[in-house]
Design a protein around this ligand. Structure first.
Ligand SMILES: Nc1ncnc2c1ncn2[C@@H]1O[C@H](COP(=O)(O)OP(=O)(O)OP(=O)(O)O)[C@@H](O)[C@H]1O
Ligand SMILES: [Mg+2]
Length: 268
């Protein structure tokens, strides 16, 4: 790898603007909502970053734009200096292998007709990854702590926590450099929440996988992420080391988030 490539961030979002047409009564007036309002974000290779903020702040929109699943109205997104925009799967294959996504509410994104082994193998097939796919699927199942016996079941035959881990297995089977997980532990009970967080922590520690975690669970943020980006009204309100943000927040949006949590574990 050249010195030039090393200096480039893995992901760079530059002055991103995304507007959606307003819904409901406001739509009749032809109004638009600015959901991303001049957002800049750099993610370095192997880094762990949390994206937090109140509901509707624009977190999922930013993530979808950064993954080239949605387009920007202004601004740019690049991966290692290569410009990204939504397009045919073929043209983004190189990026999809590098950056994988665990969407918010993954259970509903799993095709109910497919078996778990097919669901996990699907990105390997789609992205043309070479190698022994059954072995890679078995390894991914093992990685997320799911028994091989689950491989023949369909999404309707597994629990919500198992579906969450299948979604993560699908995302890690291509060995991405960055895993973007949108609310990966919401809706899970405490033991499962711990299991999923342990898994993400292990991926980072053992494989150097970078993590972009979107979460309302600040304990998960403290546990997993060195850096925290706080969003409010489509803008970055605060961006810095998680520890400083949680001990000495400077923006009211950050203070409000912290005030909503009764007891927060101190960063390790
Ligand atoms: N496809 C869309 N069309 C119209 N409006 C949208 C669309 N997607 C998101 N929005 C609006 O954009 C705003 C930001 O939504 P977004 O889902 O990014 O928020 P969020 O920070 O992820 O919230 P949450 O924490 O609840 O997941 C919301 O007001 C939402 O209604
Ligand atoms: Mg969201």
């Amino acid at each position: 790898m050249s010195a030039h490539q090393i200096a480039q961030p893995l992901i760079e979002v530059d002055h991103a603007v995304r507007r959606y047409r307003a819904t409901g009564a406001a739509a009749a007036n032809g109004r638009w909502n600015t959901v991303l309002d001049d957002v800049c974000l750099r993610l370095e290779q192997g880094s762990t970053t949390a994206l937090v903020g109140s509901s509707g702040a624009g977190k999922t929109t930013l993530v979808r734009c950064l993954l080239a699943l949605d387009h920007l109205d202004h601004g740019t997104v690049a991966c290692r200096g290569r410009s990204l925009r939504p397009g045919p799967a073929r043209s983004l294959g190189w990026f999809r292998r590098m950056v994988q996504y665990v969407p918010q509410d993954p259970a509903s994104s799993l095709d109910p007709r497919r078996r778990v082994r097919e669901l996990i193998a699907e990105p390997l097939r789609r992205l043309g990854v070479e190698g022994d796919h059954p072995a890679m699927v078995a390894e991914a199942l093992d990685h997320v702590g799911l028994g091989q016996g689950l491989a023949d079941r369909r999404p309707g035959e597994i629990s919500g926590g198992q579906a969450q881990r299948v979604a993560i297995a699908r995302a890690i089977v291509t060995r991405p450099e960055l895993l973007v997980a949108d609310e990966p532990v919401s809706g899970l009970d405490l033991p499962l929440r711990q299991q999923v967080l342990d898994l993400l922590a292990r991926l980072h520690r053992d494989d150097g996988t970078g993590i972009l975690l979107v979460s309302h669970d600040l304990a998960a943020v403290v546990r997993l992420c060195d850096r925290t980006v706080v969003m409010e009204h489509g803008q970055v309100a605060e961006d810095g080391p998680t520890e400083r943000m949680f001990t000495d927040p400077s923006h009211p949006a950050t203070r409000r988030l912290l005030a909503a949590v009764p007891r927060l574990p101190r960063p390790a």
